[in-house]
Design a protein around this ligand. Sequence first.
Ligand SMILES: Cc1cc2nc3c(=O)[nH]c(=O)nc-3n(C[C@H](O)[C@H](O)[C@H](O)COP(=O)(O)O)c2cc1C
Length: 295
Amino acid sequence: MQETHASAPPPPSPFSPLRIGPLTLRNRFIKAGANEGMTPVGLPTQALVKHHRDLAAGGIGMTTVAYAAVAADGLTFSHQMHMHAGIVPHLRVLTDAVHREGAAACLQITHAGSFTMMRHGGSRTPPSASSGLNAFGMLYGVYFQRAMSEVDMVRVAAEFAEAARLARESGFDAVEIHMGHGYLLNQFLSPLSNRRHDRFGGSVEQRSRFPLHVLHQVKDAVGAQLAVTCKLSVSDGAAGGNSAEDSAVTARLLEDAGADLLTLSGGRNVESPWVLFGSPMPTAQMKAAAPHLFA
Ligand SMILES: Cc1cc2nc3c(=O)[nH]c(=O)nc-3n(C[C@H](O)[C@H](O)[C@H](O)COP(=O)(O)O)c2cc1C
């Protein structure tokens, strides 16, 4: 008997080129952003350059440099990078090295919101979707967080756009807007941290509104030249948090707003870090590698 249903086409080979927005990758292997810990004074080191150059030399299509805060007050830890004009020539060394090996380079741009151990400008109340106790900051004397006003949102969205422009100047081929894992944009997306009663809280569509505004600003700034991707936690992995059904709504909104690719992850850095890391924390190895963090 003749088959009446057309069978689904086979998935493309992971070794075939991939078009994302204005960018074409040589294959579909993309190194996910994972905080390298190689920016001790906030600038890329030779070790960071080597790390990404080696990945490129290994043949991947694109490598993602993790966690560049869009402004100094978007840092979680003092040893991370934040975007400013002075960092451009340092990042250029990294992107040139990656390009020489035939791969593309993506910069993850993000803002910690209340997930910070720092008192930025002496402030003890970092911005978030909602005000209240700051579960992470509490360990470091940053006891409370404040709800962002719409003026704050316009300013922070402009910082994302400026960070993307600096990424372009630094030679990156793509930027990844971090909307997962409990950082600022995820603090808006997740009902675990968004208790707002205005048009930025409530339904999943309303909770997606500020992250979507950020995407629009970044697309307007660099979308013609760079691929603009978003990292999203599919599930918060914690009771009362987003489910895959909620995140599917956000994913469609991001796609409609022009996201060129979604990097799907899961979990929140306070409520469900084991989901974020994809495995139990290797605490023994972490203590051996960075004993000062456990003193
Ligand atoms: C040590 C470590 C640091 C990480 N840092 C980041 C980071 O800076 N940004 C990020 O988006 N994800 C970070 N991740 C998460 C990984 O990119 C990845 O999402 C995670 O290992 C789980 O894989 P999955 O997302 O496919 O489930 C980190 C993971 C590890 C193990």
